[in-house]
Design a protein around this ligand. Structure first.
Ligand code: NAD
Length: 268
């Protein structure tokens, strides 16, 4: 296993959406710090690859399939994870989907429900299940949700996505209040722009090349002075924040939103 910080030795962590992008970075970070990592994703191929990559580096990981839009699937995930690695210490609700660039006027009700089903309802069901299983085993654990800079400022082109992420921020705070008496902390990380598969639908609707949407936004933000650290974010940047909030170093931090966005002040 890699050298460096070892804040999570023998701690059990489940990360949803860990089969690619930011979630994959979070999974590797926890594994490198000694955690027993459950890679949970709807994408079997991506999830298995991340499990194999962690094991190849000497870490401990297992892929368990999940569809966070289904409560039964979440319950099955938690049950299998506890059977495999014992009581749960950390839950990271990272799975998310984006819409195409439809404005709040153009988006269909079905698309709205699909986005909310994964980003908001799915995240809520997963976090509640994590809280319940931590209480059952009397674990003073940590839950981290992932929102977005878009959950903090309205954008014309992302009506459902932006509001689904704003809702995540608010239920994170509610859950933090509900779980505080049991010593369970709940926080949120709001990422800035990171090149991942999230933007494929946007790129295809805008007829852009793969991986060109984020650099295009970043360039505009740098030119207009709306980005204080002039580069895009990386999965490692996000993973560092999630790991900090999950660690004992953040023992006095709950119900907070940590923006990891390079100081981005961006509006369309
Ligand atoms: N990339 C960015 O710039 C950015 C910015 C702000 C917030 N985010 C948030 O970060 C999180 C991770 O996104 P990403 O950028 O790594 O995108 P990504 O598409 O690379 O990763 C998302 C993962 O979630 C999984 N997933 C999707 N639906 C699922 C479901 N129903 N059940 C289980 N897993 C499911 C996908 O298979 C995928 O592996 C998301 O919540 C996203 O909204 C990303």
């Amino acid at each position: 296993m890699e050298e460096g910080l070892k804040r999570f030795v023998d701690r059990h962590v489940i990360i949803t959406g860990a089969g690619s992008g930011i979630g994959q970075g979070i999974a590797h970070r926890f594994a490198s710090e000694g955690a027993k990592v459950v890679v949970a994703d709807i994408d079997q191929e991506g999830g298995k690859k991340v499990e194999d990559a962690i094991k190849a580096k000497g870490g401990t990981a297992v892929f368990i399939p999940v569809n966070v839009a289904s409560e039964d699937s979440i319950n099955e995930l938690i049950q299998k994870a506890v059977e495999q690695f014992g009581p749960l210490h950390i839950g990271v609700s990272n799975a998310g989907i984006s819409e195409t660039q439809s404005s709040a006027l153009e988006i269909t009700t079905e698309e709205w429900d699909r986005i909310y089903g994964v980003n908001t309802r799915g995240s809520f069901m997963f976090c509640r299940a994590c809280g319940n299983v931590m209480m059952e085993h009397e674990i003073k654990g940590s839950i981290v949700t992932i929102s977005s800079i878009m959950g903090r400022g309205a954008k014309n082109m992302t009506g459902a996505y932006a509001s689904s992420k704003a809702a995540v921020i608010m239920f994170t705070k509610s859950l933090a209040k509900a779980l505080a008496p049991m010593g369970i902390r709940v926080n949120n990380v709001a990422p800035g722009m990171v090149s991942t598969n999230l933007y494929r639908p946007v790129e295809s609707e805008m007829l852009m090349e793969k991986d060109s949407f984020v650099p295009w936004i970043i360039e505009q933000c740098i030119e207009s002075g709306q980005l204080l650290i002039p580069r895009e974010g990386t999965p490692d940047d996000m993973a560092a924040a999630v790991a900090f909030l999950s660690s004992d170093e953040a023992a006095y931090i709950t119900a907070q939103v940590l923006c990891v966005d390079g100081g981005m002040d961006w509006c369309w």
